[in-house]
Ligand binder design. Structure first.
Ligand SMILES: Nc1ncnc2c1ncn2[C@@H]1O[C@H](COP(=O)(O)OP(=O)(O)OP(=O)(O)O)[C@@H](O)[C@H]1O
Ligand SMILES: [Mg+2]
Length: 296
């Protein structure tokens, strides 16, 4: 098995190396390569997770296609066979984990949608009975389904943790019209995806979208509804009033919390078992959602 961490492509300029993706300039477009890197607590870990890049790329591509009626997206080409000839020799690295996309001007706002209450939103609700400045029922418990999905944007920080902002604050920065549009589209995308996933036995508790602008068009970019950008819960294990097992990095986060890492220095290498258990969760998410066996 080939694990992909850092990627270099002759003749393509690397524009950016994110926590998980590597972006290359290609003509007026971009090639995005999803690596097997994993981040936790805002750090990139020194270990790679088998198949993670391929799984994230496949799940994202599925959603971009499934949700294309709701909003346009950045995808130009997902099939490696149709990539330009000069990339053919990178088949081992690129196939199934890269896409050619339209390059957009990214709105520096993370469009978070929550259908269930957990994580930072639960902490906020416990303290104030509110999330952002939204009034909510008084009787919610941890992991409760919300009466309807809510939009709770955050800033997109260059490094470190993103910060929650109210919708009004976001409107004052980006304009009411843009934020109104991002809010409507985010809720529609979440609602349609959550319904689909529910029928496959997965609750999408919350998720985060990124949008960008090309000319007058606002399009969905980055990744869509993956276990990295969302919380996926198993429907048949769901029980409000406690935290839920999720099909993502939780296993690895729990291991890190129990290790003696101080969350300030370089994180430790993961034991082989933790990396492969994490990989299994990603594979489960893929197989259950897409309803097919994962064939590496
Ligand atoms: N179509 C696009 N045009 C321009 N930039 C894009 C596009 N799609 C995704 N991006 C950017 O590429 C990067 C993806 O990398 P990755 O997901 O690894 O980064 P990240 O660590 O989450 O990045 P960031 O810290 O910027 O959120 C993000 O910065 C994202 O905003
Ligand atoms: Mg990202």
């Amino acid at each position: 098995m080939l694990l992909i961490g850092n990627v270099e492509i002759e003749n393509l300029e690397k524009i950016k190396s994110g926590k998980v993706r590597e972006m290359f300039a290609y003509e007026d477009k971009m090639v995005i390569v999803t690596t097997d890197r994993v981040s936790a607590f805002d750090y990139i870990l020194p270990s790679l997770i088998p198949y993670k890049g391929i799984i994230l790329n496949s799940i994202s591509n599925f959603w971009f296609d499934h949700l294309k009626e709701v909003v346009n997206n950045h995808i130009i080409e997902t099939d490696f066979e149709n990539f330009p000839k000069f990339l053919k020799k990178y088949k081992n690295i690129l196939k199934d984990r890269s896409v050619i996309v339209k390059k957009a001007n990214i709105y520096p706002i993370e469009c978070v949608v929550r259908g269930y209450i957990t994580g930072s939103a639960w902490n906020e609700y416990k303290d104030s009975q509110k999330i952002s400045d939204l009034e909510l029922p008084k009787d919610l418990v941890l992991s409760s389904k919300l009466p309807e999905p809510i939009f709770t944007p955050t800033t997109k920080e260059v490094s470190g943790h993103d910060i929650s902002i109210t919708i009004n604050k976001a409107k004052s920065i980006f304009g009411s019209e843009v934020i109104g549009y991002l809010q409507d589209k985010s809720i529609q995308l979440y609602t349609m995806a959550a319904e689909y996933a529910y029928n496959k036995g997965i609750i999408i508790a919350d998720t985060k979208f990124e949008f960008g602008q090309i000319g007058d068009d606002i399009i969905l970019v980055d990744e869509a509804l993956t276990p990295d950008s969302s919380r996926f819960w198993l429907l048949d294990k769901y029980e409000p009033g406690r935290s839920q097992k999720s099909l993502d990095k939780q296993f690895l986060r729990d291991w890190l919390l129990e290790s003696d890492w101080d969350r300030k220095s370089i994180p430790p290498e993961l034991p082989q078992e933790v990396a492969s258990k994490t990989s299994e969760r990603y594979i489960m998410a893929y197989e259950q959602l897409l309803d097919k066996k994962f064939k590496p």
